[in-house]
Ligand binder design. Sequence first.
Ligand SMILES: C[S@@+](CC[C@H](N)C(=O)[O-])C[C@H]1O[C@@H](n2cnc3c(N)ncnc32)[C@H](O)[C@@H]1O
Length: 186
Amino acid sequence: MGEVQVQASIQETVNRLQIQPEQRVLDIGCGTGTLLQTLLSFVSETNLVGVDPSQEMLNVAKNKLPKTIELKQGDAEKLPFPDNCFDWVISTNSFHYFSHPEKAIAEAKRVLKTNGSVVITDWCHDYLTCRFLDLILRWFNDAHFRTYGSHQCQVMLQQGGFRNVSIEKYKLNWFWGMMTAKAIKP
Ligand SMILES: C[S@@+](CC[C@H](N)C(=O)[O-])C[C@H]1O[C@@H](n2cnc3c(N)ncnc32)[C@H](O)[C@@H]1O
């Protein structure tokens, strides 16, 4: 995905959020910090936290974000945070890397406060182009795990104990078919 599409997918995600300035937000698989940078317009920087296993990515993020934003090295499947401490857990363009998605969903739920929201934006397997790309990457890119269709994503979130699951599908251009899933921790 090029920088333009990453930015577009992040904008599509942010358009679907109603974050209050005092709420705490975790970005899982924050990479170089593009989502966190965008969220700075809405949320106090002391309430923004990013986590990513790649120190290299985190170093780039550190250089472009205010020093008060907490950036931690860690895995979506074993988050280095206590229970019930975030109002929002967001992940953009990263879910297809997680080799145990059900663990990542359980971890997102664990760190969310009651009535907190999980938001996942990722490539959507319902689109033929993304299905084709998924097939290629499964063969040639060890880091890639798999993409999911909107129904699969909905079922995973429901089985993970989330409520009010909603999924929106949309295209960024002729190639990139995306979905943004939102759900609430009861
Ligand atoms: C394509 S980048 C997306 C970065 C950013 N979220 C964005 O939208 O620009 C995918 C990120 O997922 C991270 N990642 C891979 N496996 C992960 C895991 N198990 N837990 C958390 N993050 C992971 C990678 O290190 C990488 O930074």
